[in-house]
Ligand binder design. Structure first.
Ligand code: PSU
Ligand code: MN
Length: 289
C-alpha cells in the first residue's frame, strides 16, 4: 500500500465516481477540483484507488488518468482482496473507500451519494453494510435518487447507521435537496457533527455517521422531473438486461443524457459541495483534539 498523506485533517475521496460515475474527462476534472476545494479549506485530500494491485491513498492526477485510460474494475469492500491478488486496476466505491480509510485511520470521507436499496429486483449495495462497520464520517448528498430511498433510509436505521441531516429535516435525494422522507436527527453546524463523533468514540460506536448534505437549491433538479427520467432509464436497463455493478453507472449516464446534461451538472455541484463540508469537518475534528 502506498500512503502519501498523513491522516491529520485528511479527507478520503473515492474513485468509482471518477472512473464509472462521471463521463470522461469530467471524472478526473471533478476529482482535481474536489482536491483543490479540500486543500483550500485547510484539509488534506486523499483520493483512494488501486493500480496494478496496489492500494494508493493520495492518488496523483496522472494516476487518476491511468485508472480511467487503462480501465478499472469497480470494487466494493468484498472485492478488494480479489483485485489485490490479481494485481488489477480498481476504482473504489463507498464501501471499499471506507474500508481503506479505516485501515489507514482516516476519519472523514466524501462521496456524491451512497449506494442503497435499488427499486425492483433484489439489489442492495455493500455500502450499507460497510456503513454499519466503520467509525467514519461520510458526507453524502443523501442517496442516489435511482434507489428506493424510503427502504434505504429504513435499512440504515436497522444497521444502526447514524444519519444526520445537515441543515435539513429531510433525507436529500442526490440531484434534489428534498425527498419528503423525514429524518429524526438534524444538525446545523460542523461543531455539532464533531460533538456527535466524540460521543461515538466514547461509547465505542462501531458504525458510521452519514452526514446527509443537500445539494444547494440553485443547482438542484426537482425530484418530479428526475423521476420521469429514472423510470425511463430503469425500463431501458431491464430491456437490455443490465444487472449488478453496471446498473448504477448505466442509470446515471442515461439520466444525464435524457436531462441534456442537467443531472450531470448537478452531480458535479453536489460533489463540490460535499468536499467543502467534509474539509470543514476534518479541520474541526483535528482542532478539537
Ligand atoms: N457518488 C456519485 N457517483 C457515483 C457514486 C457515488 O456521485 O457513481 C458511486 C459510489 O462509489 C457508490 C456506488 O458506492 O456509486 C454505488 O454503486 P452500487 O449501487 O453498484 O453499489
Ligand atoms: Mn448492486
Amino acid at each position: 500500500m502506498i500512503v502519501r498523506v498523513d491522516t491529520k485533517k485528511a479527507v478520503a475521496l473515492e474513485t468509482t465516481v471518477v472512473a464509472h460515475g462521471l463521463p470522461k474527462p469530467v471524472g478526473v476534472e471533478t476529482a482535481v477540483e474536489m482536491e483543490r476545494i479540500v486543500k483550500n479549506a485547510g484539509a488534506q485530500p486523499a483520493t483512494i484507488g488501486i493500480l496494478d494491485g496496489e492500494i494508493i491513498v493520495g492518488m496523483t492526477e496522472d494516476e487518476l488518468k491511468r485508472l480511467v485510460d487503462e480501465g478499472s474494475v469497480k470494487v466494493g469492500a468484498r472485492e478488494i482482496p480479489f483485485v489485490l491478488a490479481k494485481k488489477l486496476n480498481a476504482d473504489t466505491t463507498v464501501s471499499a473507500t471506507m474500508r481503506i480509510s479505516k485501515m489507514v485511520g482516516i476519519r472523514v470521507f466524501v462521496t456524491g451519494g451512497i449506494g442503497g436499496v435499488h427499486q425492483g429486483e433484489y439489489d442492495v449495495s455493500q455500502d450499507l453494510v460497510e456503513l454499519s462497520r466503520d467509525r467514519v464520517i461520510v458526507v453524502s448528498a443523501g442517496a442516489k435518487s435511482i434507489l428506493d430511498l424510503k427502504t434505504t433510509v429504513e435499512v440504515l436505521e436497522t444497521l444502526e447507521v447514524i444519519v444526520v441531516g445537515y441543515r435539513t429535516d429531510e433525507f436529500p435525494a442526490f440531484y434534489s435537496s428534498t425527498s419528503g422522507i423525514r429524518l429524526n436527527m438534524r444538525v446545523d453546524s460542523v461543531e455539532e457533527i464533531v460533538q456527535i463523533y466524540r460521543w461515538m468514540e466514547k461509547t465505542d460506536f462501531e458504525g458510521a455517521m452519514l452526514v446527509a448534505n443537500p445539494i444547494p437549491k440553485e443547482s438542484e433538479v426537482p425530484y418530479e422531473e428526475v423521476q420521469e427520467w429514472i423510470d425511463a432509464a430503469e425500463m431501458e436497463a431491464s430491456r437490455r438486461g443490465i444487472t449488478g455493478k453496471e446498473v448504477t453507472p448505466f442509470l446515471l449516464s442515461k439520466i444525464a443524457e435524457m436531462s441534456e446534461g442537467r443531472t450531470l451538472k448537478a452531480n458535479i455541484e453536489l460533489l463540490k459541495n460535499n468536499a467543502a463540508l467534509g474539509a470543514k469537518i476534518a479541520v474541526a475534528l483535528e482542532e478539537n483534539g
